[in-house]
Design a protein around this ligand. Structure first.
Ligand code: MN
Length: 193
């Protein structure tokens, strides 16, 4: 399978003023594209992997029959491709509220505000580059945590529900070192809650 950049369902300007158009354009056309290109380069020497989706690659990352160097490359670039594809999907210029998600969040974290507070703590507290997640674990329970680099919840059998990119490339042009301000504004771009 040759991996490709997914189509965005909105313009680069659509998430202004919370996420600026220049950041969106560079993030999508440069950073995400680079993950896609490097993922293709990493898997092309293994014909056995050619039928696998990026989800399959990540779910089976520990047991893929590949060199260790390529395993690391597939983990990083496959995670980068998967996480960014997911990230573009959960943001929207318009809210598309999901009351059943809000109900499960309230059931687990007492309120949506309390959930946002805990998620924000995970995102602010991630040292260096990584992601914050709301994910459903194998038992079907909601969990908040962060991952380093481009590691993804699906590598541990979890289903991501909300994910936030806290690599500096996601916010530095507009927010510089102000990660908490980026996160506060990013909540306004999430379509579900
Ligand atoms: Mn990114």
């Amino acid at each position: 399978m040759t991996f490709e950049l997914p189509k965005l369902s909105y313009d680069y300007t659509a998430l202004e003023p919370y996420i600026d158009a220049k950041t969106m354009e560079i993030h999508y056309t440069k950073h995400h594209q680079a993950y896609v290109d490097k993922l293709n380069a990493a898997v092309e020497k293994y014909p056995d992997l050619s039928g696998m989706t990026v989800e399959d690659l990540l779910k089976n990352i520990k047991t893929l029959a590949v060199d260790e160097k390529d395993r690391t490359a597939i983990q990083n670039t496959g995670g980068g491709h998967y996480n960014h594809s997911f990230f573009w999907e959960i943001m929207s210029p318009e809210k598309v509220l999901d009351s059943s998600l809000a109900d499960s969040i309230t059931e687990t974290f007492l309120s949506v505000d309390e959930f946002k507070k805990k998620f924000t703590e995970a995102a602010v507290g991630r040292f260096g580059s990584g992601w914050a997640w709301l994910a459903k674990n194998a038992q079907g329970q909601l969990e908040i945590y962060s991952t380093a680099n481009q590691d993804s919840p699906i590598m541990q059998g979890h289903t991501p529900i909300i994910g936030l990119d806290v690599w500096e490339h996601a916010y530095y042009l507009k927010y510089q070192n102000r990660r908490p301000e980026y996160i506060e504004n990013w909540w306004k771009t999430i379509k579900f809650i």
